[in-house]
Design a protein around this ligand. Sequence first.
Ligand SMILES: [Zn+2]
Length: 60
Amino acid sequence: MKACRNCRHIVKNASKCPLCGSEELTEKYFGFVVVIDPEKSELAKSLDIKTPGEYALLVE
Ligand SMILES: [Zn+2]
């Protein structure tokens, strides 16, 4: 699995991010968070996540 450098979305079996279209993917990411309801998640707000999905906490 890789993470998008642009939006931190976890990308599986793809060469570009399905969420933002960026091809800036990295295997160097830390942490893992599943956001189900970004509207109600303080973590999602602090990470500026607006779409439900799987995200890395930090990308390098
Ligand atoms: Zn992305």
